[in-house]
Design a protein around this ligand. Structure first.
Ligand code: IFM
Length: 446
């Protein structure tokens, strides 16, 4: 196999190599072991939704031992997964569900037994439906609900798990779920987006404080989606539109945590979010994270537009731009990762950075029992080279979690986008390591 010039030994010894997954996309077992529905169960099982559901997903609930052994087999040392809130608290709050708690203990123990370090994400988009029935992220009570959940998880799993992420990509679950309505819970408009976003900011910091209090020796982070945003051309209105989209996609959730507030300098209309402030919120939005996770997938080209309000910008679809795209229509632009690492490392309060997700999806098939995903190997190689370059330039990059281990349920896009380094047959749930998985295995071989 051709590794070009990139080798694992070119990275610092302690560099973390891992894979990332999430509960709803993998576990299945929709109502097993006392779990109740999350907003994603409701959303995908409604008649309107046409792209399948995570009722079975990749059956990680039953196959976790096999999957964790696969991680070990591929020489990866860390596993980032999320906890399903409604498996632990079927009613969102109140008494924990012993079966759900036991399940995550088994997953954690299995990681440890296999020499894999578990990294937990508290919230990866699957809010208990009962809490959504009371307004979900738009209801300020979520601060209490989330604190209760974070308190429990940190006390219960903290003795074994020392690496934690609070939220997964707040701009994705708030933007797509409470503004565009294309993700669960399917809400559209600023009246949902603004309060939901502000409450997510508060929970992001509060979750950090709770983890720190209950697990003093933990390393605590949170993740941010990010995209390179370039203007359509050098006309001032497009350049400014790109600045606004950049503020929304790359600055919105990190800056309040760092004490810089929301990016109202370039999106003045965002001041409307202050309507949802209570005294002390500016202070409460801050938390001194040990690290941040950035999640990078694509580049965006922005142009001025009358809609949506406040933003006055939209993106030109990648398929109209004559660039390489993945099967979700996103531009494949590995180079952009360097720009993102540079951008996020410039914040004074950012101490360490992990690439907590990056990867690429295609519509792949097994041919003669194999998946020859050369394009994914190229993507990984290119982004690994970028990581090495970033480290050489002094960026405090500490690890890379590939999205993802096994092809899984890609939210609104269903099962078609395959992101795994392991192929999944969704009928039989049989896993087959793709060529990229074998490449990783050899790349990481000691
Ligand atoms: O599958 C998602 C993941 O849940 C969050 N980050 C982006 C991935 C690929 O779209």
């Amino acid at each position: 196999m051709d590794f070009g010039k990139i080798k694992a030994k070119h990275f610092p010894k302690k560099f973390i190599w891992g894979v990332a997954t999430s509960a709803y996309q993998t576990e299945g077992a929709r109502n097993l072991g006392g779990k109740q529905d999350s907003i994603w169960d409701t959303f995908t099982n409604s008649r309107k939704f046409k792209n399948g559901n995570g009722n079975k997903a990749t059956d990680f609930y039953h196959k976790y031992e096999k999957d964790i052994k696969l991680i070990k087999e591929l020489n990866l040392g860390s596993f980032r997964f999320s906890i399903s809130w409604s498996r632990i608290f079927p009613n969102g709050i109140g008494e924990p569900n012993p079966n759900g708690v036991e399940f995550y203990h088994k997953v954690i123990d299995c990681c440890i037994a296999n020499g894999i370090e578990p990294w937990i994400t508290l919230y990866h988009w699957d809010l208990p439906q009962v809490l959504q029935n009371m307004g979900g992220w738009t209801n300020r009570e979520i601060l209490n609900w989330f604190s209760h959940y974070a308190e429990f998880c940190s006390r219960e799993f903290g003795p074994k798990v020392k690496k934690w992420f609070v939220l997964n990509e707040p701009m994705s679950f708030i933007g797509l779920g409470y503004f565009m309505g294309i993700h669960a819970p399917g809400k559209k408009g600023l009246r949902f987006f603004l309060p939901a976003a502000h409450h997510a900011t508060l929970c992001q910091a509060e979750g950090g404080r709770i983890l720190r209090k209950n697990i003093p020796d933990a390393q605590i982070g949170t993740t941010f989606s990010c995209s390179v945003v370039r203007p359509k051309n050098i006309w001032r209105r497009h350049v400014n539109a790109a600045k606004r989209l950049d503020a929304l996609l790359n600055r919105f959730f990190i800056e309040p945590a760092l004490g810089l507030g929301y990016p109202t300098d370039v999106i003045p209309g965002l001041k409307r979010i202050e309507k949802y402030y209570q005294p002390g919120d500016e202070e409460r939005m801050k938390f001194d994270f040990d690290f941040i996770g950035i999640q990078y997938y694509f580049r965006i080209v922005a142009q001025y537009s009358l809609l949506p309000p406040i933003l006055f910008a939209n993106q030109i679809p990648a398929e109209k731009r004559n660039v390489k795209i993945n099967n979700m229509g996103m531009e494949i632009y590995p180079k952009g990762l360097l720009k993102m690492l540079e951008k996020f490392s410039q914040y004074e309060g950012v101490k360490e950075i992990y690439i907590s997700e990056s990867g690429v999806c295609f519509d792949e098939e097994l041919l003669d029992g194999k998946v020859n995903d050369k394009n994914r190997i190229q993507y990984l190689k290119k982004t690994f080279k970028i990581c090495r370059k970033a480290i050489k330039r002094g960026i405090n990059l500490k690890g890379y979690f590939i999205w993802t281990l096994v092809d899984n349920f890609e939210w609104a896009d269903g099962f078609k986008p395959r992101f795994g380094i392991v192929y999944n047959n969704f009928q039989t749930q049989k896993r087959t390591i793709k060529k990229s998985g074998l490449w990783i295995k050899e790349f990481l071989k000691k």
